[in-house]
Design a binder for this molecule. Structure first.
Ligand code: SF4
Length: 196
């Protein structure tokens, strides 16, 4: 963990849910590959124990289309890469008590940030025209507008806890959620690391 992240995590202490309180948890992603969510789901049967203690109110496990109000904890995977990502993360922040930057793409921009050295027009050209043999053309309808750069979540909204890793190991996710359920802010140093 970097000093920056240690500082961010300690800043969340006052927001820890009260011990034994049933916690409303959401998971979501912005510009990510879903690998962090796959690591979350790798908890297998232990998810049954988790569901005894939390309500999962948003994410791939539940069929809810709109991010709900009054979420205690949200894990956000992925960088902020488009105008839609930015709009979503601001809404999520408003409706969340403890916001967890979940995985290296959320924490540093990581893989989505690899495009930052190129112009947006060149990225689109490469993806939709140069590398396409059939039906090539840059879409204009129903596709979010890319921001100039993909950037980490904390550059847009306040983050309460950083959980790095690509993806974060399942055990680290379980540890972090378990600590929050006990009313403690997890100290994840040594549990995961960048590129883990
Ligand atoms: Fe995928 Fe790694 Fe980014 Fe998670 S941190 S979304 S696993 S690339």
């Amino acid at each position: 963990m970097t000093k920056k992240n240690d500082t961010g995590n300690s800043a969340a202490k006052e927001k820890a849910p009260a011990a034994k309180q049933k916690v409303r948890v959401a998971t979501t992603w912005l510009d990510g590959c879903s690998g962090c969510h796959m690591s979350f789901l790798d908890m297998d049967e232990r998810i049954a124990d988790l569901l005894n203690a939390v309500d999962i109110v948003y994410g791939p496990l539940v069929d809810i289309k709109t991010f709900p109000e009054k979420v205690d904890v949200t894990l956000v995977e992925g960088a902020v890469s488009s105008d839609e990502d930015e709009k979503n993360i601001r809404l999520i922040r408003e409706r969340t008590g403890i916001l967890i930057s979940f995985g290296d793409c959320a924490v540093t921009a990581n893989v989505p940030g690899m495009r930052n050295q190129f112009k947006v027009a060149d990225v689109l050209n490469r993806g939709y025209i140069e590398n396409v043999t059939v039906g090539n053309g840059i879409p204009t309808d129903g596709v979010p507008k890319l921001l100039k750069h993909a950037r980490p979540v904390h550059e847009f909204v306040k983050v309460d806890l950083f959980l790095p890793g690509c993806p974060p190991p399942t055990e680290a996710i379980l540890f972090a959620v378990g600590e929050l359920l006990e009313g403690r802010i997890p100290e994840v140093t040594g549990k995961t690391r960048f590129g883990a």
